[in-house]
Design a protein around this ligand. Structure first.
Ligand code: F6P
Length: 359
């Protein structure tokens, strides 16, 4: 008998169910022995508090196209891992106890950066853990791709497309805020795919004067509208010069709902142009996975199942240069994969005339 645990942790994405389907279908076919599946509810919380349900074949049917996560998810911050819960429970010990009590052979953890750090800790504590790289943000270190990314780029691109037509009719400047607090993969990809005029991402601090110049030049050239895509974590050159603490204080003191509003206010002050803001928000994490995500999620699920059957634990499934592989958890946990400001897509976008606000 092979006993496995499944959990989905952190912000959800479109391809979590497709990934779990890949794991379980492969195990059922390849294990050569009966498989018992324990699905933990709401991420690590389910493992801490023994909230799980037994699942079988039927639970994984019809999941390839279904967004969200049938297990539910939650955030269990890594930095609070050793701080007891409000009821005094020791989280790490409780997770180890649940794992041992259920006699699990492997825990599959579908999660992003913070969740991977916890998976690494559990692995160091002696549990057999395999992590799978989930996040719309595509910022997981050690893999070229994460599942959820392409679906969210698709949603964000569609939003930019739709704004384009109305921006053009009215001759307005639109500021569109795309997800990405620390990294700008989604705004970069969606911005290029949607034909944005300006893309502001956390990795490339901007000067608002450069953004204004784009708007004015477009005006002069007869383009009455401008599309400015901003990451949630877009940062000005002045802000980038602040210490981490000072910047956090500044963000905490913000009186507007988010960065898009600040940037729109700045543009308004300097140009007097008619400006609108669009924030697609969590639609970028919702709905069905696109075809690319369904394929990649399936690949991740299959590879994770095969790694388990080979006894390869303490790893994260990854794709490097187009090849599916696995990387040691301790080498990747806690690191972020940033957009390279000198990378190909940024260079190509600049060559095309897209401004990143830096020059
Ligand atoms: O990590 C995924 C993500 O969607 C980020 O892009 C976004 O900044 C954040 O989660 C939103 O978090 P929450 O689910 O707490 O609103």
């Amino acid at each position: 008998m092979l006993r496995i645990g499944l959990l989905t942790s952190g912000g959800d994405c479109q391809a979590l169910n497709a990934t779990m389907r890949g794991i379980v279908k492969t195990l059922y076919r390849q294990a050569g022995e009966p498989v018992e599946v324990y699905g933990f509810e709401d991420g690590y919380q389910g493992l801490i508090y023994e909230r799980y349900r037994m699942m079988d074949n039927r639970d994984f049917s019809g999941l390839l196209t279904r967004g969200g996560t049938v297990l539910g998810t939650s955030r269990t911050p890594f930095k609070l891992l050793d701080t007891p819960e409000a009821d005094g429970i020791n989280k790490v010990q409780a997770m180890k106890d649940t794992y041992r009590k259920l006699k699990l052979d492997c825990l599959f953890m579908l999660g992003g950066n913070g969740s991977t750090k916890t998976a690494n800790r559990l692995s160091q504590e002696g549990l057999n853990v395999i992590a799978l790289p989930k996040t719309i943000d595509n910022d997981t270190y050690g893999t070229d791709m994460t599942f959820g990314f392409t679906s969210s780029v698709e949603v964000a691109t569609r939003c930019i497309d739709e704004i384009h037509t109305t921006a053009s009719s009215h001759g307005r400047v639109f500021v569109i805020e795309i997800m990405g607090h620390k990294v700008g993969w989604i705004p970069l990809y969606a911005g290029v795919a949607g034909g944005a005029d300006v893309i502001l991402i956390p990795e490339i601090p901007y000067d608002i004067e450069n953004v204004i110049r784009v708007i004015e030049e477009r005006d002069k050239a007869g383009s009455r509208f401008t599309i400015v895509v901003v990451a949630e974590g877009a940062i000005s050159k002045e802000e980038a010069a602040l210490s981490k603490k000072e910047y956090k204080k500044l963000v905490a003191a913000r009186t507007t709902p988010s960065v898009a509003y600040d940037i729109a206010n700045e543009i308004d002050k300097r140009t007097g142009r008619e400006i609108r803001i669009a924030v697609p928000g969590h639609t970028q994490r919702g709905g069905t996975p696109d075809a690319q995500d369904r394929i990649f999620a399936t690949q991740c699920g299959v590879e994770a199942a095969l790694a388990c059957l080979k006894g390869k634990f303490g790893v994260m499934i990854a794709q490097i240069n187009g090849k599916m592989t696995r990387v040691p958890l301790e080498e990747v946990a806690g690191k972020l994969k940033y957009v390279d400001p000198k990378g190909d897509l940024v260079k190509e976008a600049k060559a095309l005339g897209i401004s990143f606000g830096d020059e």
